[in-house]
Write a protein that binds this ligand. Structure first.
Ligand SMILES: CC(C)(COP(=O)(O)OP(=O)(O)OC[C@H]1O[C@@H](n2cnc3c(N)ncnc32)[C@H](O)[C@@H]1OP(=O)(O)O)[C@@H](O)C(=O)NCCC(=O)NCCS
Length: 153
């Protein structure tokens, strides 16, 4: 007889000790990654910094800023080898629950128009485009605009 074991998925708070694992993923998946200082500042500011762990292995993370009845998703990342397996969707769903638990009625975020994977993910979860920030992101040649997406919670 054989059994298929389900992986153990855990969302837990990020700690300073997670930064080497976080930076290994961050540097591999972004052309313009956050620095360790960006994560340290987020931890020090008390933002919701979360690790997404599969069978003990960090496979993603997120940073969520809570501000009264809004939450701002500042970072959402899945390690390259775990992408396109539904984990980004699962992590986003859990972050929506966290934001709701903090009393947020709206979750918003910025995304590059060139980021097809993220656009697909957010549209799939019902986010609507609510604005544009011109020249928001660094880019190889010039700057790139940011689309602002919002999701009522
Ligand atoms: C964006 C990201 C978090 C998505 O995570 P993921 O685990 O790959 O996403 P999922 O497997 O849950 O897929 C979600 C949807 O996006 C689609 N998708 C995922 N990767 C895609 C890609 N490279 N191109 C097009 N669509 C893609 C999936 O097909 C799925 O859509 P479907 O349900 O209609 O099939 C992940 O690609 C990532 O970490 N990218 C680098 C960091 C980043 O850009 N973060 C977002 C910054 S705003």
């Amino acid at each position: 007889m054989s059994a298929v074991l389900k992986p153990m998925i855990e969302l837990r708070p990020m700690a300073e000790a997670d930064l080497p694992a976080v930076m290994a993923i961050e540097n591999a998946i972004y052309a313009f990654p956050w620095t360790p200082g960006n994560f340290r500042d987020s931890l020090a500011a008390g933002y919701g910094c979360w690790m997404y762990v599969r069978d003990g292995e960090p496979i993603g993370y997120a940073v969520l800023m809570h501000a009264s009845d809004e939450a701002h998703l500042l970072n959402l990342s899945i390690a390259a080898r775990w992408q396109r397996q539904g984990y980004g969707s699962l992590l986003l769903q859990q972050l929506c629950e966290v934001a709701r638990g903090h009393g947020a009625r709206l979750l918003f975020l910025e995304v590059r128009p060139s980021n097809a994977a993220a656009l697909r993910l957010y549209e799939r979860h019902g986010f609507q485009r609510i604005g544009l920030r011109r020249d928001y992101y660094p880019a190889p040649a010039a700057r790139e605009d940011a689309l602002i997406f919002g999701l009522p919670l």
